[in-house]
Design a protein around this ligand. Structure first.
Ligand SMILES: Cc1ncc(C[n+]2csc(CCOP(=O)(O)OP(=O)(O)O)c2C)c(N)n1
Ligand SMILES: [Mg+2]
Length: 550
């Protein structure tokens, strides 16, 4: 005989789970005891929200769900932002929460929140386990649903009495590999015909192209067709940003230099676009034709309504599409000549010496200290636009940013997850002074886990992005500034190392030294945000779309 929690933990082991992140409560104590006897590591965090961000990032980087755990009510409610982060961002994750016993009610309604109802709009599936007999199938199904396209979070609630209930050893359900169907020939023929008829085709790589299973298929498609490409923020890195056909990243929805190419295209092959992202461009009735290539059909939006779709396993479907196109595309590179100018404009002021440094300079310097496989995880703030726009990626999933929920507070936990998964690679979290403080308590977790991690804090003593929007919309500058702790002492109080960058020239050596030394480092640098308005408003306002120019 075993008990419910033993069965749950055995079912998690059966799925290959290696670690669980979270903060247990008394309702999880049976599960904690079962974990103690298992191969699974329990990684305590200092807030449930970070546990969920870490588990979601595990899903994003590996394609296998990360697992997080909390108690009932208050703990479970702390997971909800992480659930939404994974749900909007399409990251496979399992959320396990406790609950009071369901067969008796000895504590009346103390701490009870209806978490099944709470999680319903935030997950792909949410279920209470009401009998030990269902644990093997519920767990297997949870992993299947979480990983299946479009991936996302699944919630399981295990009440205390079911966790502790004696049960015979029940057989587990073995996982099996999943092959997805490829797009049907009729859809491929239709798409090929449209592409062959286009005079100025363009490829867009969207969020779903970051799925770990897809990378090779994308590179092949780009190399075989030689159509220039750009990417959305979350599609960054899927084909190397240094590639001769890379035209840039759509960090804004319009007017940026990359839109020079988008506005001129007569056909966009939109691969893996997920409209959960802030629009990379705005479709209009007289604009380019759009072919949506995806695992799942496109959502139809006011700003995205594709004219044709190629739905199926994206890599193999693209190979079949390339078979129909290779060698027949006479105008494939029509837009490629725009590349030099777009990239030169974007790189403007990247090497300027002024102090505090410009965002462009910070992005440039971070790129210098990160090897090709180094991972930068961004929190949310003004600098995200600059990194999306200016940071060139050479490998998939090396710039982790959230352009879906776009929540503050995820930068440090997602960097920690990357550092756990890839201990040999350089990992840096880049955070604003606002977003960093939303989960800064995890510095303790990072130090305890002996991670190698550099956290770069961009200090403007403000919720800078909102302050900028306030100025752009002609509101009075009011109500969005704050004071900061002494970040160097703050790091030291956690047993991490702290450094303050006092000259622009010191940024690269300080970051390099931090990586060389290993361990957890916090580096703080002030940032000159006057560039936000100078470039993103004034300079781009004058960039008239080419259609209006002729
Ligand atoms: C959890 C959460 N709260 C509020 C916001 C709205 N918001 C977006 S950016 C931002 C300011 C971020 O400030 P900071 O982290 O200091 O970065 P900065 O823009 O100053 O570089 C705010 C409040 C959000 N996206 N997420
Ligand atoms: Mg700030």
């Amino acid at each position: 005989m075993t008990k419910g929690s033993d069965l749950l933990v055995a079912a998690l082991e059966n799925e290959g789970v290696e670690r669980i992140f979270g903060v247990p409560g008394e309702e999880n104590l049976d599960v904690v005891d079962s974990l103690r006897k298992s191969r699974i590591e329990l990684i305590l965090t200092r807030h449930e929200q970070s546990a969920a961000f870490m588990a979601a990032t595990h899903g994003r980087l590996t394609g296998r769900p990360g697992v997080c755990i909390s108690t009932l009510g208050p703990g479970a409610l702390n997971l909800v932002t992480g659930a939404a982060y994974a749900h909007l961002g399409a990251m496979p994750m399992i959320l396990l929460t406790g609950q009071k016993g369901i067969m008796t009610s000895r504590q009346a309604r103390f701490q009870i929140v209806d978490m099944i109802a709470t999680m319903r709009p935030l997950t792909k599936s949410t279920r209470q386990i009401v009998s030990t007999a269902t644990i093997p199938t519920f767990v297997r199904d949870a992993f299947r649903v979480a990983m299946e396209e479009r991936p996302g979070p699944v919630h399981l609630e295990l009440p205390e009495d079911i966790a502790g209930e004696e049960t015979p050893d029940l057989p587990l359900v073995p996982p099996h590999p999943i092959e997805l169907p490829v797009a049907p020939p009729a859809a491929l023929d239709r798409a090929a015909e449209m592409i062959l008829a286009a005079r100025r085709p363009l490829v867009m790589l969207g969020a779903a192209t970051s799925r770990p299973r897809l990378t090779a298929g994308l590179v092949d498609f780009v190399l075989r067709t030689r159509i220039p490409f750009f990417n959305t923020q979350m599609g960054k890195g899927t084909v190397a940003g240094g590639h001769k056909l890379y035209l840039g990243t759509a960090a804004l929805s319009e007017r940026d230099y990359v839109h020079e190419a988008i506005d001129r295209a007569d056909l966009i092959i939109s691969i893996g676009h997920d409209t959960i992202e802030k629009p990379p461009f705005l479709m209009a009735p007289n604009g380019p034709q759009v072919i949506h290539v995806g695992y799942v059909p496109a959502n139809v939006e006011q700003v995205y309504f594709p004219h044709a779709e190629v739905i199926g396993d994206v890599g193999p479907s693209l190979a079949l599409l390339a078979d129909r196109l290779e060698g027949k595309l006479r105008t494939a590179s029509a837009l490629a000549p725009l590349r030099e100018e777009i990239l030169a404009r974007i790189a403007d002021r990247a090497t300027e010496d002024r102090f505090p440094p410009t965002p462009q300079r910070i992005v440039f310097d971070v790129r210098r200290v990160m090897p090709a496989d180094g991972i930068v995880a961004l929190d949310n703030g003004m600098y995200k636009i600059w990194f999306a726009r200016n940071y060139r990626t050479w490998m998939p999933n090396t710039l982790l940013l959230d352009n879906a929920l776009a929540t503050m507070g995820a930068g440090l936990p997602s960097a920690m997850m990357a550092s756990i998964l890839y201990p040999q690679r350089r990992v840096m979290a880049v955070c604003g002074d606002g977003g960093f403080m939303m989960n800064s308590q995890e510095l303790e977790t990072a130090v305890r886990l002996k991670l190698n991690l550099v956290v770069l804090i961009l200090e403007d003593n403000a919720y800078g992005m909102i302050r900028w929007k306030q100025a752009v919309d002609d509101f009075t500058d009011w109500g969005l500034t704050f004071g900061n702790p002494d970040f160097v002492k703050y790091a030291e109080a956690y047993g991490a190392k702290g450094a303050r960058v006092a000259t622009t020239a010191a940024l690269v050596p300080t970051l390099d030294a931090a990586f060389e030394a290993g361990g957890v480092h916090l580096v703080t640098v002030p940032i000159d945000y006057s560039e936000n308005t100078r470039v993103l408003v004034d300079e781009l306002r004058d960039r008239v779309p080419p259609a209006a120019r002729v």
